[in-house]
Write a protein that binds this ligand. Structure first.
Ligand code: IPD
Ligand code: CA
Ligand code: CA
Ligand code: CA
Length: 268
């Protein structure tokens, strides 16, 4: 069955790519600016994305890859909703990779005609692999992570956010996070959206609220979160189009509803 094979190989390739990154943290790395000094790319981002592009092309020549660094941009025009598409972030948390040499990951999500199939997030420094094949449950390494039945309230909630909330943004006039910050137990801002979203899927965080993400940032974790039955929508509460940039709000149903109704009042 092709899905099983995709799952097996995604995990195998994530481990291989992780080994390259573990070695890279003790080497000298060339860092370039993309759009600004806050938007970094290294030769390792490109190398790992090319690694996945080659593996996918060799093994599944009829599949498509959508990656942050665009190494596969020579692919012909295609409709992602009619194909098998791999959403690949070769390093999610490049700033952490450059500065802290930890708290970054490789994120790979596979979708078949828009349906989530495989989600793999590998944290190479912690050597932890978050993974799922649709219908088979979520695992960290070999440990099955049972979906938790707890329904945290706002005051019990630990929620991840990204720093873009502090920059001018379309939600700012409502100052949603200021009120939320006084109500909830705590905010966390790790700098790797994929890892933070994976942590929501395994119950280490209660929710996450991000703006300005790309498909490669949330693709793999989207599969993990859906598998756990955890709500994942745009900040406006709409369905996410996984092939386009999006805001992301994820939490269990009750907390998701409470965040939407108490703190985010935007278009509706
Ligand atoms: C970034 C990280 C960061 C998030 C940014 C992303 P990158 O990804 O996930 O946490 O706030 O929006 O672009 O560039 O390190 O792959
Ligand atoms: Ca980047
Ligand atoms: Ca990313
Ligand atoms: Ca990246």
């Amino acid at each position: 069955m092709e899905y099983q094979e995709i799952y097996r190989l995604t995990k195998e390739w994530a481990y291989e790519a992780g080994e390259i990154l573990r070695e890279a943290v003790s080497q000298e790395i060339t860092v370039e600016y993309k759009t600004s000094a806050a938007d970094l790319v290294t030769e390792k981002d490109k190398e790992i994305e090319a690694f996945f592009a080659n593996k996918i092309n060799e093994t599944f020549p009829h599949h498509f890859l959508l990656g942050e660094e665009g190494v596969a941009s020579n692919q012909a025009d295609y409709d992602p909703h009619n194909e098998i598409v791999w959403l690949v972030d070769p390093i999610d948390g490049t700033t952490n990779f450059v500065h802290n040499k930890r708290n970054f990951c490789i994120s790979v999500g596979v979708f078949d005609r828009g349906q989530p199939i495989v989600g793999v997030v590998y944290d190479p420094m912690a050597d932890q692999l978050f993974h799922t094949l649709k219908g088979n449950g979520v695992f960290i390494d070999d440990e099955f992570i049972k979906p938790s039945t707890m329904a945290p309230t706002s005051e019990q909630a630990l929620i991840s956010m990204n720093h873009l909330w502090l920059a001018p943004n379309e939600y700012l006039h409502e100052q949603p996070l200021q009120k939320m910050a006084t109500d909830i137990r705590g905010f966390r801002c790790l700098g790797s959206a994929a890892l933070e979203l994976a942590n929501v899927a395994v119950g280490r965080l209660d929710g996450a609220i991000f703006i300005g993400l790309g498909p490669w940032d949330f693709g793999a974790a989207y599969v993990l979160l859906k598998e756990q039955g955890i709500h994942i929508t745009t900040v406006d509460g709409e369905q996410i189009d996984v092939f386009h940039p999006s805001s992301v709000l994820t939490a269990k149903k009750e907390l998701h509803h409470s965040i939407r109704s108490n703190y985010i009042r935007t278009k509706k």
